[in-house]
Write a protein that binds this ligand. Sequence first.
Ligand SMILES: O=C[C@H](O)COP(=O)(O)O
Length: 338
Amino acid sequence: MCDRNPGTRLDLEWVCKARVNTQAVLKRAQQIQNTKLPKNQWQAAWLLKALTCIDLTTLSGDDTPSNVQRLCLKALQPLRADLLKELGMEHEGVTTAAVCVYPSRVSDAVKTLRAANSKLPVASVATGFPAGQTHLSTRLDEVRLAVADGATEIDIVINRTLALTGQWEALYDEVQQFRKACGDAHMKSILAVGELGNFSTVYRASLVCMMAGSDFIKTSTGKESVNATIPVAVVMSRAIRDYYINTGHKVGFKPAGGIRTAQEALVWLVLVKEELGSAWLNPEMFRIGASSLLADIERQSHCGLGGSGRKNKHGDADGCSSAHFNRIKDRKDVYAFL
Ligand SMILES: O=C[C@H](O)COP(=O)(O)O
């Protein structure tokens, strides 16, 4: 990950005066959703970009060492070898950005990745995920234990009660303590936007989390009834942009929850490119938290490369003729531009 956000003092005047124009946000979100998505030779490159920004996640009550191991191995080899070869990326070490698990599964992930000689980051959710309704001392211990087990990224959930009741100083103080407990581990702050009521509260909570030193702000846990949406992402991106303009510190953005299709992933890339710019379009500054997006990206990459996802009578994947290879040979360059 890139340079850390050191945070700033709590600027309560900025936080309290901030108002979000709902109609303007919805209009902008609509424009982004109507943007023409990349097709043909560009699409595979964009999908590859999306794939490298995924925090490949499993957050289930029935997680076990073996399904975490499988998740890690998938994160290390997220795309079929033949598809990578078609993209000319077979020697580039393409992986997802990180794996993301519950605190009690961190050691399983670390063990698997170490055995594979990989430095892929392990992210742990923490602070009473998903609700955040445990005592502060318990939430802080959870962060410290996950770091001690080898997590290098911590996805904390914020205390929604404090945000909903406008206790910004208390929220700032808690998030600062989480950041301290993280030590060198990078901290992503989950706002759980589906529970924050309105866009102004989302914007204010985003500012407070960034002022308290969050390295990323993240939309959702994936467990609320409303998770990552484009309008809320417009609001959070504007907060990131405003914070950057005012402080010079870049904070990353992580939509998460309910992102399941390659098409949706492309819209998220468009949003980041349009609202934050290309400097954010990389795993250092942008992540997609997702448990089941990868399968569709793999499927669509194959289709985007001319395959139908079916095998022909010789058992080869459709659409992988040598003429086809020639048509796509510049995709590696395309990828480099994104
Ligand atoms: O942080 C990541 C989310 O929990 C993933 O949500 P999802 O299972 O809806 O993809």
